[in-house]
Write a new protein. Structure first.
Length: 103
C-alpha cells in the first residue's frame, strides 16, 4: 500500500489555485481520507476531510486548494507542503508532497 502526492509545479503566485494530485501506487483501493497543508514547522494551515470516495489502484484524484487557511483567509508567502492521509484496508497512510512556495 503506497501513494504519492504531487503538484504541477513548485512556485505559485499569491491567490493562484493549486492543483494537488493523490496517486494510488498500491494494489488495493484507497479512500481519500483527509489532506492538510502544513508550513515548514509542520503546523497545519489548512485541513479538510472531504466526502470519502475510493481511488482504484493506479488511479489518481485531484483537488484544488485556493491558498486559504481554515478561517478562509489568504495564506502568506512562504514554503508549504501537502500531507495526505488516505486509508487502505483500514490502515491510515501518510503521503507527503515536496515543499512548494507561494510568492
Amino acid at each position: 500500500m503506497s501513494c504519492s502526492v504531487y503538484l504541477d509545479r513548485r512556485l505559485f503566485s499569491s491567490g493562484e489555485p493549486i492543483y494537488i494530485t493523490l496517486v494510488n501506487l498500491g494494489n488495493v483501493p484507497l479512500r481519500i481520507g483527509s489532506w492538510h497543508v502544513v508550513d515548514t514547522d509542520g503546523r497545519t494551515i489548512y485541513s479538510i476531510e472531504p466526502p470519502q470516495i475510493l481511488i482504484s489502484p493506479s488511479s489518481s484524484f485531484v483537488v484544488i486548494w485556493f491558498q486559504q487557511d481554515n478561517e478562509g483567509r489568504q495564506v502568506g508567502r512562504g514554503r508549504y507542503r501537502v500531507v495526505w492521509r488516505p486509508v487502505a484496508d483500514g490502515e491510515v497512510l501518510e503521503c507527503l508532497s515536496d515543499f512548494f512556495e507561494i510568492l
